[in-house]
Design a protein around this ligand. Structure first.
Ligand code: FO1
Length: 336
């Protein structure tokens, strides 16, 4: 293989060869984009000695200009690796957009997706490694050698699954990529249905089922319950692997509205109300053992689930750490 692979594949730190724990708590977390990444920063801060494995959503992934872009994996990697544009929540800090401007000068589409110059390097390395035959999980591990996120970041699958959205507009009824619906349309056109293309033949990435099996606790951050957490749960085998585990989730909905993003548009698309109760019902009591909700949602209840009301808005890293601590404490209590 040519010399482009500047990073070598190094063994995962923190997990002994036998995959056994080094006497450390093993936490697994399913994560989407911005909300998930910010929660994970708090989780890492509140449990610095834990072995944290993040199973990242790849349904948002898109190929642009011949390059494979993995927004949710990159958002986790950049956020935990101190490279994120904090204000935006995605993309690189101190970014420039010369390549994007040059592409626009050639009139190539799409121009609605903001890829920065620094970010392009990630997609070039990833695309070259994909072209060379590396699976996404090994590529993600290689990229993380540079970013040192302090967690093991695994894609939910090495197989390509993409979230597509069916809409009807002046061009008729058609399926568009999730990113076009999310970024170009800002979810302003109702999604008639949301499909995870390719999920039927997708397999959990290497290490995903093992990490779940070995987990002491599983935490679901306040990521989008439909296109992030919901997507990961659709990969055959993942939801079933979680059923015997102690799982604590943080509601992404506060008082009838999403904390950030457009989870309401996604929930509406699948006929689910935008409430903390409806999301808990969507996940199900077979999956969820504990559920953190905001004080205004303390009436939420479901047989078999311990509901705890408290602050769940991640104003900053300390707030995220407090919420993560509450989730962890609840999970450890329920795991006994
Ligand atoms: N989100 C936007 O709202 N506008 C963008 O132009 C945009 C570009 C972008 C580039 C790289 C990347 O990793 C993420 C990017 N996002 C952008 C976020 C992306 O749409 C995420 O998939 C969503 O935030 C959902 O997680």
């Amino acid at each position: 293989m040519t010399g482009f692979l500047a990073v070598k594949l190094t063994p995962q730190t923190g997990v002994s060869e036998a995959g056994g724990r080094l006497g450390r708590m093993h936490i697994v977390s399913l994560a989407g984009g911005i909300g998930g990444a910010r929660f994970l920063r708090g989780l890492r801060a509140t449990a610095p000695d834990a072995q944290i494995t993040v199973i990242g959503n790849t349904g948002d992934d898109i190929t642009l200009f011949g390059l494979r872009v993995c927004p949710d994996l990159d958002t986790v990697m950049y956020t935990l690796g101190h490279g994120i544009d904090e204000e935006q929540g995605w993309g690189r800090a101190k970014e420039s957009h010369v390549v994007k401007e040059e592409l626009a000068a050639y009139g190539v589409e799409p121009q609605w997706f903001g890829l920065g110059d620094r970010d392009f390097a990630t997609h070039i390395v990833r695309s070259q490694m994909l072209e060379a035959g590396y699976p996404l999980s090994q590529i993600t591990r290689a990229l993380c050698v540079r970013w040192q996120p302090g967690v093991r970041l695994l894609p939910m699958s090495d197989d390509r699954c993409e979230t597509h959205v069916v809409i009807s507009d002046e061009q008729g009824r058609r399926a568009i990529h999730f990113q076009e619906w999310w970024v170009r349309l800002r979810a302003s056109v109702p999604a008639e249905s949301i499909a995870l293309v390719g999920v039927d033949t997708a397999r959990p990435a290497p290490g995903v089922l093992e990490a779940i099996e070995e987990a002491d606790v599983v935490i679901l951050p306040p990521s989008n319950p439909v296109v992030s957490i919901g997507t990961i749960l659709q990969v055959p085998g993942i939801r079933d692997a979680l059923l015997p585990k102690t799982v604590v989730g943080v509601s992404p909905i506060v008082g009838g509205a999403p904390v950030r993003g457009m989870a309401d548009a996604c929930l509406t698309a699948i006929g689910v109300e935008t409430t903390a109760q409806a999301v808990l019902d969507l996940y199900g009591a077979d999956l969820i053992d504990g559920w953190l909700v905001a004080p205004e949602d303390e009436g939420v209840a479901l047989d078999g689930v311990r509901v705890v009301a408290g602050p769940i808005i991640m104003h900053d890293v300390d707030a995220a750490a407090d919420i993560a601590r509450t989730a962890l404490d609840l999970a450890q209590e329920l795991a006994r």
